[in-house]
Design a protein around this ligand. Structure first.
Ligand code: PEP
Ligand code: MG
Length: 361
């Protein structure tokens, strides 16, 4: 055996024996789940379900969005259901006996439709040629109807679940039906972008009805990724079995920095001024965004001592941030498969560091 590999193995085994934080992975394919498991992941902390609506399934999402009647909408959802079920069966198999947190669909639905300009051109060309643009015209109308100047602050996450009847229910059904098919499946359902307990209560009631029809145990929790969720964590805890911090959005909304395009324009100046040493999207901003995390942990735990806490933003695999999450008392971090070993190591180091400070006290 390679002596370096066995040395790393020994170090990680030691870190595992020492750490308090569990390490899960962000994965939404069986392949990623299997890889992460080989790296030592103790479950999936975030399965983003949005990719499951791309590719050939786009056509079904289009039908869902264009549906003129409840019947048409339900027909599209009924076709999506078995596809989703198969996605989850695969993940539950790969993560047998370990928790798999499935996040209900998060991004704005129009992301699944073609861009407005492309469609407008297509329709204009067809009309100019005297052809009937038919389906494209309907799509164009839908894209226009759904247009938002700020889609990341718009109709996404839990808001989709609240306004599109049956969408979240279809996903919940797919999760419980998949779980019933796989021995050792441990599904958890996570609701994105919650900012008020009433949002979570509404989705929870709908989900519990479906879960109750099956003989499975499914925890229901929420992302804490909107500042208001952190500030009202005591209320939100009443409807949640777990909190998972979405530190990407929490950083975006905490600082008011766009995740998608802000860094190049002015971060250099912030670095120059020493406002931060590295981007707050990379390493947790302890004093600001981190404070929101602390508030949510303290108030959530006070309201509901059995609540579980994790983090599934990019920070979950960042060494410095892992130390912070240990200090705050989270139960797990979740990160991309390749960062799992580093997170295991840093979680171990955080526990050792805590031990040695308490020894010298
Ligand atoms: C987050 O916001 O931190 C998160 C994990 O969700 P996403 O990155 O998918 O928005
Ligand atoms: Mg998010």
């Amino acid at each position: 055996a390679d002596p370096l590999v066995s040395a790393v193995h020994r170090i990680l085994t030691h870190a595992d024996a020492t750490r308090r934080l569990k390490v899960r992975t962000n994965a939404d394919t069986g392949e990623d789940a299997a890889r992460a498991r080989r790296f030592g992941a103790q479950g999936i902390g975030l399965c983003r379900t949005e990719h499951m609506f791309l590719g050939e399934r786009r056509a079904l999402v289009e039908r869902l969005i264009l549906a003129g009647t409840p019947q048409e909408r339900d027909a599209a959802l009924a076709e999506l259901l078995p596809l989703q079920r198969d996605d989850f069966v695969e993940l539950f198999r790969q993560m047998r006996d370990l928790p798999v947190t499935v996040r209900l669909i998060d991004p704005p639905l129009h992301e699944f439709l073609p861009p407005l300009e492309d469609l407008a051109v297509k329709v204009a060309v067809a009309e100019e040629r005297g052809q009937d643009p038919g389906h494209d015209k309907d799509l164009l109308d839908a894209v226009r109807r759904m247009h938002e100047e700020n889609p990341m602050l718009g109709l996404r996450g839990v808001r989709l679940g609240l306004v599109i009847p049956g969408l979240f229910a279809m996903q919940v059904r797919a999760i419980v039906e998949a779980a019933a098919q796989v021995d050792g499946a441990r599904p958890e359902i996570m609701v994105p972008l919650v900012g008020a307990v009433q949002e979570l209560e509404t989705i929870r009631a709908e989900a519990e009805k479906i879960i109750g029809e099956h003989d499975v145990d499914v925890k229901i929790g929420t992302m804490i990724e909107v500042p208001r969720a952190a500030l009202t964590a005591g209320d939100i805890a009443q409807a949640a079995d777990f909190f998972s911090f979405g530190t990407n959005d929490l950083t975006q909304m905490g600082w008011g920095f766009s995740r998608d395009d802000v860094e190049g324009a002015f971060f250099w100046r912030y670095l120059e001024l020493g406002i931060f040493g590295v981007s707050p999207f990379e390493s947790i901003d302890r004093d600001g965004v981190g404070r929101l995390v602390r508030i949510a942990v303290d108030e959530g735990r006070a309201a509901r001592p059995e609540l579980h806490f994790g983090v599934c933003g990019e920070h979950g695999g960042d060494p410095e941030s892992v130390h912070f999450f240990h200090e705050v008392g989270l139960d797990y971090v979740s990160c991309s498969p390749f960062r799992v070993p580093v997170a295991r190591l840093e979680a171990g180091r955080a526990a050792v560091a805590e031990q040695s400070t308490s020894d010298t006290r």
